[in-house]
Design a protein around this ligand. Structure first.
Ligand code: PEP
Ligand code: MN
Length: 333
């Protein structure tokens, strides 16, 4: 249920109403927008007398929220959420480019790529240290050493780190990571999501290989309901009957999610297509379609990459693409 307050109500009256609703056993999410304050009521609202609340002098309107997701529902938070990572802002008109290799392979590799993507305009760097791989015989990342190399690259470039956490047990190693990525394969690892909800750190939540938007939002809800509101969603392609591409990029997810939620929506054209040549057109389409940012795989030597070389752009290709992304932003923003 949401309670929209009248414009300009006093803090005292607002606090009185909140205290009364809390006494009914509800948790209240407060969204103070420029023009209105919206109180989101979380919990069993059957005990609330809607007519009574609506009749209060300070209340403009009361609506039931029928969707199962509450904290990430735009009805609870009409204004776009802006996620801040140091000086970098994502959402609410702020566009972010995240770029880097699929996996951290060596100190030299990650530093080289981080410098190149920074020069091209990326604001955050990506690089996996813990890699979910389909085959147990494939390179699974440098783990703790990979995280150390990422920190060196951050020191050299100033770019904050985005990297994937697969297992709660590794969480202590991620203390100094700027953004924790939840990979597609872990989108419904509910214990992991709950744990991430206790952190004061932005989370990049990727859509599962065969998950609906509602399921993606329910996973965001797990993180937010535990207290961490700094969630960014990522559309990275889903399983369909596509035969020539790795996945199918669901671009309509971007405007649909913007309607349903106030969280920023990032698009990953690399995993969505699996083919380097398809990354620029899909990145531009996602930008034109209103994405709040892109996460793109870039490798200095894609042919010899230990993971996802076929979908990785060379630094010069990324630089050329970044230029075009800025041009498209100039038109649609
Ligand atoms: C990745 O970002 O390298 C990755 C494994 O992505 P996804 O979880 O979307 O497959
Ligand atoms: Mn990858």
């Amino acid at each position: 249920m949401i309670v929209v307050l009248k414009h300009g109500v006093s803090e005292e009256k607002k606090a009185q109403l909140i205290a009364w609703l809390e006494a009914l056993g509800l948790r209240i999410h407060i969204s103070d927008g420029e023009f209105q304050t919206v109180l989101g009521l979380i919990g069993d609202t059957t005990t609330v007398d809607i007519d009574l609340v609506e009749s209060l002098e300070i209340v403009d309107s009361v609506k039931r929220v029928t969707e199962p997701f509450k904290c990430c529902n735009r009805k609870f938070h009409p204004d776009d959420m802006v996620v801040e990572i140091g000086d970098v802002k994502v959402g609410g008109g702020n566009f972010v480019m995240i770029a880097g290799p699929c996996s951290v392979e060596s100190e030299e590799q990650i530093v080289t790529v981080a410098k190149a993507v920074k020069a091209a305009g990326a604001q955050l760097m990506r690089g996996g240290a813990f890699k979910p791989r389909t085959s147990p015989y494939d390179f699974a990342g440098l783990k703790a050493t990979g995280l150390e190399f990422l920190k060196i690259a951050r020191q050299e470039t100033g770019l904050p780190i985005v990297t994937e956490l697969m297992n709660i047990m590794d969480l202590p190693l991620f203390e100094d990571v700027d953004v924790i990525q939840v990979g597609a394969r872990n989108m419904q690892n509910f214990d992991l999501l709950r744990e991430l909800g206790h952190l004061d750190k932005p989370i990049l939540l990727k859509r599962g290989l065969a998950n609906t938007l509602k399921e993606l939002l329910m996973s965001a809800e797990y993180i937010m309901a535990s207290g961490n509101e700094r969630v960014m969603l990522c559309e990275r392609g889903i399983r369909t009957f596509s035969d020539y591409t790795r996945n199918t990029l669901d671009l309509a997810a971007v405007p649909m999610l913007h309607q349903l939620t106030h969280l920023p929506v990032i698009v990953d054209p690399s995993h969505a297509t699996g083919i380097a040549k398809l990354v620029p057109p899909m990145a531009l389409a996602a930008t034109a379609g209103g994405a709040d940012g892109l996460i793109i795989e870039v490798h200095n030597d894609p042919i010899h990459a230990l993971c996802d070389g076929a979908q990785s752009l060379r630094p010069e290709e990324f630089a050329e693409l970044a230029e075009k992304i800025r041009a498209v932003r100039g038109v649609v923003a």
